[in-house]
Design a protein around this ligand. Structure first.
Ligand code: ADP
Length: 310
């Protein structure tokens, strides 16, 4: 089995169902992708690297990971912190607004806790390592440097580095700081999933050419550029193709479409499919998820209606 490590933060989600009533689930960009990957390609060993507390809520997340077949061997435990939380409220016109409590989350400590436990040694034998601009954004500068050192070590051992910039301005002190670290992350990556919106907001790129020049210039060799309804551009050495989106009759919720795309794409690539075929799988997975509320579609509905990649 190939070992796939996903690094990031999974938060408690409280979504409003009626005035004063909320439903509790869990979600996080890299976490969502890890789940969709594992559901579609059970032959991969998928391990989620994060930190949680020692409370009942944290145990709930670990139980979900077990139910989904994710490995918890890399989950760090924090005695004095717990999971971050966000609430999604919907106003009378259906507009959603988000409130976050994540400044003191256990996940922010992941790198320092991992280092204390043995750092890179714990990750030996990892075939691919996936992280995002959110995984980076929650860390201190010192931990970001530690992460880059860890990635250098892993890369030297032949591990594939995969990055999605997922730019969230509120996680950064300034746009300059976000650009600096996003560029460093791209420079480490073998495969990246830039988003059209992210590049417009972060770098002011307003064309596919601008984005591709930037990401290729930083040495990424497999680029999957997501652009919402416009589909994706897949660029590998000597190849450039456009893969359209799948038709969705009713878009119920766009949350996690990009994460689902990543999960589907990686499930297919790890099964040996070409980048173009993998992008089709990604688009199909994203389209399915757009038909449901929330980031993680109920397991039964997903498994009965989506065909596994292998
Ligand atoms: P992100 O969530 O990272 O911003 P996008 O909005 O680009 O990502 O969406 C990710 C993928 O989801 C797209 O590449 C596409 O395959 C699919 N997608 C997004 N919006 C639609 C839509 N309206 N209809 C069908 N597929 C869509």
């Amino acid at each position: 089995m190939n070992k796939r490590v996903f690094f990031g933060e999974c938060m408690v989600e409280l979504a409003q169902t009626a005035p004063g009533q909320y439903q509790q689930t869990f979600a996080g960009d890299t976490f969502n992708s890890a789940i969709y990957l594992k559901r579609l390609n059970g032959l991969q060993q998928v391990s989620y690297l994060t930190a949680v507390g020692q409370d009942t809520l944290s145990q709930g997340l670990l139980d979900l990971m077990h139910d989904e077949g994710l490995d918890t061997d890399l989950v760090q435990r924090c005695s004095d912190r717990t999971l971050g939380l966000y609430m999604v409220a919907t106003d009378a016109r259906g507009e959603r607004s988000f409130s976050y409590w994540r400044d003191q989350s256990a996940a922010k400590q992941t790198l320092s806790l991992l280092q204390r436990q043995g750092g890179a040694q714990l990750l030996s034998g990892t075939d691919s390592f996936f992280f995002s601009g959110i995984s980076l954004g929650i860390l201190s500068d010192e931990d970001r440097r530690e992460l880059m050192a860890l990635l250098t070590t892993l890369k030297g051992q032949g591990c594939q580095i995969i990055f999605d910039p997922n730019y969230r301005p509120r996680l950064w002190q300034s746009q300059e700081q976000a650009k600096y670290w996003t560029d460093k992350a791209y420079a480490m990556a073998d495969l990246a999933f830039p988003g059209g919106d992210d590049h417009l907001t972060l770098y002011g790129h307003n064309s596919v050419t601008d984005i591709l020049n930037h990401v290729q210039g930083l040495g990424v060799t497999e680029i999957v550029l997501k652009n919402g309804i416009e589909g994706v551009q897949v660029v590998t050495p000597g190849n450039h193709c456009i893969v359209p989106t799948f038709q969705v009759d009713t878009v119920v919720d766009t949350t996690a479409a990009g994460d689902a795309f990543n999960g589907g794409y990686l499930a297919a690539r790890f099964a040996g499919l070409s980048p173009a075929d993998a992008a089709q799988q990604g688009a199909k997975t994203a389209a399915f998820v757009l038909g449901f509320r929330g980031a993680i579609v109920p397991r039964e509905a997903f498994l009965t209606q989506q065909r596994k990649v292998v």
